[in-house]
Design a protein around this ligand. Structure first.
Ligand code: ARG
Length: 261
């Protein structure tokens, strides 16, 4: 297996400084020291699983920059930059664009008015790009990306505001297998996913709220937040190696393992 390359951003300036999803509450602050420890432990687990970690320099005043999943959609050497919905996160784009350029990626943009939040809302399962909307990203952006990348895009409505990005309720494990939380989709979305993906592993509402679907896949290793034992059991039965690592401080911001990569 080729070592996957993962971009992360240290939580030096992480915090709950505004509220842009139902998980965030300024009166329930993150413990910075614990966040640093949890983030570092995640790095160790990912490196131990064979990933190579690249680091983005954290910027003061950008507390959500730690969630690099939202920076861009990456396809080999191409990086399609995000257009964040909320002004609170828009300033991240300049810094991440510079990082991708310096790292030798072909940086592509979408028309400004098309909201799109990177791999938070767009995940490949096989050759098909599954894309979530309308809580953060917009349908029109999906069409544009499909044309730009010449790939098939299937757009899915996210209908529970706790699962506002696709990566909070859907995680491809391989071309024909994925983890999902059915409760986050509408009837059409559920039917399409069942029809398109031969093997779907469903998580319970309780584990979905522990961000079970927000997993990082490195080969056969699947890394999640703590508190997802039922999913881990199912993963083992399917031949995967689940690993848990506590990420409570990031859950306070509406994010977990996958969002941090
Ligand atoms: N507080 C961040 C936001 O609301 C969390 C982002 C989580 N990222 C993700 N890929 N789901 O934007």
């Amino acid at each position: 297996m080729k070592s996957p390359r993962i971009l992360m951003c240290p939580p030096t300036h992480f915090g709950i400084e505004y509220e842009i999803n139902p998980w965030m509450n300024r009166f329930r602050p993150a413990n910075r020291e614990l966040a640093e420890q949890q983030w570092y432990d995640l790095v160790v687990v990912l490196e131990g699983s064979g990933a190579t970690i690249d680091l983005l320099k954290p910027v003061p005043g950008l507390p959500d920059m730690v969630f690099t999943a939202n920076a861009a959609l990456i396809i080999e050497q191409r990086a399609v930059l995000s257009n964040f919905r909320f002004t609170e996160r828009q300033r991240e784009i300049g810094y991440t664009a510079d990082w991708f350029r310096n790292a030798g990626f072909d940086v592509e943009t979408l028309p400004e008015e098309m909201l799109f939040e990177g791999t938070g809302d767009a995940l490949f399962c096989g050759d098909t790009l599954f894309a979530g909307y309308p809580i953060r990203s917009q349908l029109i952006g999906h069409h544009h990306i499909g044309e730009q990348l010449e790939c098939r895009v299937i757009s899915l409505v996210l209908c529970d505001s706790c699962f506002y990005h696709l990566d909070t309720c859907f995680c491809p494990l391989g071309p024909e297998i994925a983890v999902w939380y059915p409760g986050a989709f509408d009837d059409y979305g559920r039917a399409v996913l069942r029809e398109q993906i031969p093997e779907l592993i469903a998580v319970t509402p309780e584990e979905a709220h522990h961000f079970a679907c927000n997993a990082v896949v490195v080969g056969t290793t699947v890394v999640t937040n703590a508190g997802c034992p039922k999913l881990h059991e199912q993963l083992r039965a399917h031949g995967f190696r689940p690993v848990e690592t506590p990420l409570s401080e990031f859950v306070k911001s509406g994010g977990s393992a996958k969002c941090l990569t």
